[in-house]
Design a protein around this ligand. Sequence first.
Ligand code: GLC
Length: 731
Amino acid sequence: MNRIDGLLSRMTLAEKLGQLTMTASSYAVTGPVIAGDSTQSIIDGTIGNLLNMVGPGPTHEMQRLAVERSRLGIPLLIGLDIIHGHRTLFPIPLAEAGIFDEAVWERTAREAAREGAADGLALTFAPMLDVSRDLRWGRTAEGPGEDPWLNVRIARAKVRGFQGADLAAADALAACAKHFVAYGPVAGGREYAAVDISERTLREVHLPGFAAAVEAGVATLMPSFTDLNGVPMTAHVPLLRDWLRGAHGFDGVIISDYHAIAELINHGVAADLVDAAVLALKAGVDIDMMADAYRHGLPVALEQGRVSMDEIDACVRRVLRLKEQLGLFDDPYRRGAQAEAPAVIAERHAYARDVARKAIVLLRNELRNESRNESRNALRNERETLPLPSSVKTLCVLGPLADAASEMKGPWWGAGEHEPHVSVLAGLRAALPDVDLRHAPGVAIDDADDGGIAAAAALCDGADAVILCLGERATMSGEAASRAHPGLPGRQQALAEAVIARAHAQGTPVTVILFSGRPLVIPWLADRADALIAAWFLGVEAGHAIADVLTGQVSPSGRTTMSWPRALGQVPIHYAQRPSGRPMNPADYYTSKYQDVANDPLYPFGHGLTYGRFRYADLRVEPRNVRRDDVIDVSVELRNDGTREAEETVFLFVRDKVAQVTRPLLELKGYAKLKLAPGQAGRARIELPAAELAYLGPDLEPVFEAGEVEILVGPSAERAGLLAETIALLE
Ligand code: GLC
């Protein structure tokens, strides 16, 4: 008899339900706290899993209670949210997605896994794979942005990174694909609100990332708090049991979100905890996180004959198998046995700085005239605002986010909470030791006091350049952080107006750096700042990375993976919209438009400038007549006509012009990156398997059919900037 069967045959009901229960330690609570001290329950074997505990000491102490003092000695599974780094925080996922580099996505997860495992953890509740097209929702910060194709690639890379080649290795973590599924389109962008989307949108946009995670071998999965079209995900039999376990063969562990089983009562589908436990068990949820519904509800449900011991055993078996796969039975102290060497941590910080540089998105970089008193449009002696000229002797570093090291962590800091982070001011001080830096916050991040604005603006007098750091507090995005007015908080707009007016009156350029967990609605800034950077939240090395870009040590190369709207009224907004029967036509009143704002975003998906100046030419697509098994070779010539080396990200979109259903105006199907020196030319190549041009027909079944498809290549989803060729699909 194997270990699992042996254990099952000896386990009491209370011990079985203990394996289906996960409770939070006191370390960090990510939701309403329910369970008190768990130590006796661990010894009794009635709690088999923990979350929010960190450190080899505490985790091994709890592990010893389970392994050496409980009756059966079953090791604990201990997990934590490691969303974008463990102690060494990398840029938030929304920022990292814009790097468009699978090796980076995988490596940051691998580094985080090493750190988390060294802290005694065996599970992380990541990657978060919720596509979002509504920036009001705070959890856009944790996800991939608006595109499903990109989400699939991130899912694969993150599962590989967290789990590594061997789940039993001392530096491997079980990953958790979350939040299954379609959490992003919450009504009104309001956190935890109901979700109503079409079956087509569910299958075309929200499910592919999870299918990819399952295909990549993700060990666990977490249903979302939300309901989907009237059925709460925690009890969603068609998607959890039939789609996930049935059609996609997921045989891993499903862990409820925090207290979510009990919240089926609030959803109105369960009258009490027994009902809730039955619904979740029937849907295939294995572990009850923090609701205590299984321990209290399932014994009653068993007596009532509403669930069977076989159904409970099936869940216990999956949990025990995961612990076996993680090597916890062989050596429960393997993770955390060995502290990481300081050199390893130092190298990780260096890598964090490199990743942060790559995540910075340069949204705008206006031409300036070097000689101060020339008109701003004089032709002579022009240069872009950034990088800062080496002639700068006096630099203003203003705004509430300029010296806000702690905010650089972003909204899911986990074990990185107390790690020292580098602020913009500190980064610039280190990079420009001989420059006179003048600093004032001007205003707080989000209060009404504007008493400091005049003094801050006055610092611009005689300065060579101004860096104005604005945006959100780290906790204004992430979980439970929807915003109905997602612009500059507090009195920051007043600060921006005063500083830009004062600086421009003297011909001094102003670079605005925005910190946020989402795109912000900032049309005024976009028009007045000389340079505009989206710095998101870049993690532990934020200030150094920003200084590296501002001073021209490196060219920015990041792209935005969410559209930036001109107005909140455009939200939800994304590039892959379906056509209208009356597409926008300025000459025709009765066409799809707003009366008060353009249809297109302020900055489209994929937008991001570099310090180079890339010219696209000579798009080649081979073959032109394509069968399903062909691989289409797409290449385009790039030339860097700028004065600095830079790396361009080239996107490949497709447009299926006539199909059995309406098809998105653009769909991302590939990207390539090319670094070119000034004056250098090269070809960017992207291979597109023709099979990727199949789509879901009227019956939601895949269709690959004859017809014309446009292949479009360029620097973003802005249609006017794309080169296009048409191919013919042959059945
Ligand atoms: C939170 C989040 C989830 C997280 C879990 C454990 O409420 O929804 O993403 O993994 O609880 O912290």
